[in-house]
Design a protein around this ligand. Structure first.
Ligand code: IMP
Ligand code: MG
Length: 184
């Protein structure tokens, strides 16, 4: 059950903005250019991990110039409040056979690293032409598995963040900026 019953309850939990809408837009333009540079005109498949990466995916796919298809997977890492349980489950798989694609995984955040570690292993096993990982946010202090993205737009300290696709209890995904969540 969500304890948020009003706009005042909702707003009280937004502690402070850590990355503005403008900073996100600028970083996305740069990341799009990097994807164009890596693939140099070759078509790609952007694979977004739902739900958290849906907003990032919508912006990143409009920042690239190479021909791109999009695909979605849904991974659930069970959270109790703001703490990960360590169990990752794929609840919806890609529809594409990726063996003929250059794949770019589009993820919202690397926390423990478990989700991407599992997904990368799974997708590499399907023999894509190539595979790169782009993440919007990375919290290096929180990693428990040795996983590194090819490209992180922002590195942040050990904070629970919301907005721009990221939720707490399914709320706050619609904020246009990234904010620290007020735990109290
Ligand atoms: P992992 O611990 O790296 O496997 O991260 C799993 C997932 O937890 C991410 O893809 C996010 O959906 C979610 N997550 C991790 N840290 C945060 C956070 O600070 N805010 C909101 N969601 C988070
Ligand atoms: Mg996620």
């Amino acid at each position: 059950m969500n304890e948020i019953k009003s706009v005042a309850d909702f707003e009280k939990k937004i502690k402070r903005v850590i990355i503005t809408k403008e900073e996100i837009a600028q970083a996305i333009e740069k990341a799009g250019k990097e994807i164009d540079k890596i693939y140099d005109g070759r078509p790609i498949l952007l694979v977004s991990i739902l739900k958290g990466a849906f907003v990032f995916m919508a912006d990143i796919c409009r920042s690239v110039s190479v021909p791109c298809e999009i695909g979605f997977m849904c991974a659930k890492s069970y959270y109790s409040g703001t703490v990960s349980s360590g169990v990752v489950q794929i609840t919806m798989d890609l529809e594409q056979d990726i063996s003929n694609y250059h794949v770019v995984i589009i993820e919202d955040i690397i926390d423990t690293g478990r989700t991407l570690n599992d997904i990368v292993k799974l997708l590499k096993g399907r023999n894509p032409l190539s595979l790169h990982v782009f993440t919007l946010l990375d919290k290096p202090d929180r990693h428990v598995v040795d996983f590194k993205a090819d490209y992180s737009l922002f590195t942040i300290p050990d904070l629970f963040v919301i907005g721009y696709g990221l939720d707490c209890g399914e709320l706050y995904r619609s904020l246009p900026y990234i904010a620290e969540y007020e735990e109290k």
